[in-house]
Design a protein around this ligand. Structure first.
Ligand code: 9D3
Length: 248
């Protein structure tokens, strides 16, 4: 996948994209990330990218030309339906795991980052296929949201994660939190690992994990369970036990 980011602050991306999984995905040729500064496309001799708002008012507005021209420069010539242009904005639809999965199917993603001063409305109206927000809180720009989305999308691309890193493959835990995990030592200053994990009984361990996952979900994210429907009698029993044990 080719990923293009249009940003007036290209240096912000150097750290996160040079570390860990994203760096390995780039080295493996699974993702190809390019940062473009719309300032380099400013027609103006001072490389101006913003100007005062028509009609008056405070603040500045991001000019159309640098963004229209920068987008044209990074858009590949391939099929239009294989490329998605995303403008990061508090006006956008909320980013979700589902959206990450959908975006992972494209051959090219182009992210347009702005900042507090806001885009000329003609940029928003014409350039993006969609606008995305990462949540209802105010940031200083679209750079961190772009990094969040690139991170979430990259790990959905086949080959970026090791097979055993993928929680998505385990339908047994879909829509609920993950089960609690333990490693050595068996006894940490008197805090013992639950005995069932040493039983060697895999069915029993699975059942325990499912129940503890449900308990954690009830405890920390009960909002996730409004949609939860036990599929079988056995699952219903685990769910009832989870609620009972939590109430104790
Ligand atoms: C004065 C009204 N503000 C909207 C709440 C204007 C405004 C504030 C902050 C316009 C842009 C920004 C910068 N934020 C983003 O560009 C942004 C963002 C965010 O602030 N929160 C969550 N997701 C995103 S995606 C892009």
């Amino acid at each position: 996948m080719r990923i293009d980011i249009l940003s007036l602050f290209p240096e912000m991306f150097t750290g996160p994209f040079s570390e860990s999984i994203l760096s390995r995905a780039r080295q493996a040729g699974l993702i190809d990330v390019h940062i473009t500064n719309p300032r380099d496309f400013s027609a103006d001799k001072h490389h101006k990218v913003d100007d005062i708002p028509f009609g008056g008012g405070s603040g500045m507005v991001l000019k159309p030309e640098p963004f229209f021209d920068a987008l044209n420069a990074v858009k590949s010539v391939g099929a239009a339906d294989k490329c998605r242009v995303i403008l990061l904005s508090p006006k956008g639809q909320r980013f979700t795991q589902d959206k990450a999965k959908q975006l992972a199917e494209y051959e090219q993603l182009i992210f347009i980052c702005g900042h507090y001063e806001g885009f000329d409305a003609r940029i928003e109206a014409e350039l993006p296929d969609e606008m995305i927000s990462i949540g209802d809180y105010v940031l200083t720009g679209g750079e961190l949201p772009a990094m969040v989305i690139v991170d979430a999308v990259s790990r959905m691309i086949p080959g970026v994660l090791h097979a055993d890193d993928s929680a998505e493959t385990d339908s047994f835990y879909n829509g609920i939190l993950e089960y609690p995990q333990y490693t050595r030592p068996r006894d940490y200053l008197g805090r013992e690992v639950p005995k069932v994990l040493f039983s060697g009984n895999h069915a029993l361990i699975e059942r325990w994990r499912k129940k503890e996952a449900l308990k954690d979900t009830l405890r920390y994210r009960p909002d996730l369970l409004t949609e939860y429907k036990p599929e079988t009698k056995a699952e219903k029993k685990i769910y009832d036990e989870a609620r009972l044990e939590l109430a104790e």
